[in-house]
Design a protein around this ligand. Structure first.
Ligand code: URA
Length: 178
């Protein structure tokens, strides 16, 4: 895996950064969850999904008996966008080399929410038709299984999202023996 240096300035997000937020969990897991971007708590602690979204993700994993330490968790960009806006295409493109190095050779990549799905699948349509379908993405000339699902924050107001995210996690737990 290649990682940005602490002084990375490949895009403008570096200006508001407290900490880079690099992958966490089992860094050699066959399963990678890709979120959108670090939020405030993640920026302060330098770890992905440790704030409100992280609590929701932890609960969903606990609900299906999937141990968080068995998967790798990362984001499309490693620095927090101002006011938690969505990361822009140029920012995701600048971080792409790091993300691709994290995904290469994995058994499955789970895209959590619209930004990850847009970045990795190039899909910008409604969520419902693609959630929990099996797609393939190209990572450095190889095909990697990609499963789109809802972002943990989408679960706050949408019961369907909560149920579908749990379905995703249950499916990968069973299929990959985690
Ligand atoms: N939301 C994300 O998409 N990623 C994080 O790391 C935290 C919140």
């Amino acid at each position: 895996m290649i990682q940005p240096g602490r002084d990375c300035n490949l895009c403008g997000l570096c200006k508001g950064r407290t900490n880079l937020v690099l992958p966490s969990g089992d860094l050699s897991s066959p399963v990678v969850l890709v979120g959108e971007a670090p939020g405030e708590t993640e920026d302060l602690q330098g770890m992905p999904f440790v704030g409100r979204a992280g609590k929701i993700l932890n609960q969903a994993m606990e609900d299906v008996g999937l141990d968080r330490s068995k998967v790798m968790i990362t984001n499309t960009v490693k620095c927090r966008p101002p006011d938690n806006r969505d990361p822009e295409k140029e920012e995701m493109d600048a971080c792409r080399r790091f993300l691709e190095s994290e995904l290469l050779g994995r058994s499955v990549v789970v895209g959590l929410g619209k930004s990850a799905i847009k970045d990795l699948l190039g899909y910008t349509g409604p969520m419902a038709p693609v959630v929990n379908t099996r797609q393939y993405i190209e990572v450095q000339g190889t095909r990697v299984l990609f499963i789109p699902t809802y972002h943990p924050m989408a679960c706050v107001y949408q019961k369907v999202a909560r149920a579908e995210l749990r379905n995703t996690l249950r499916m990968i737990k069973e299929e990959f023996g985690l």
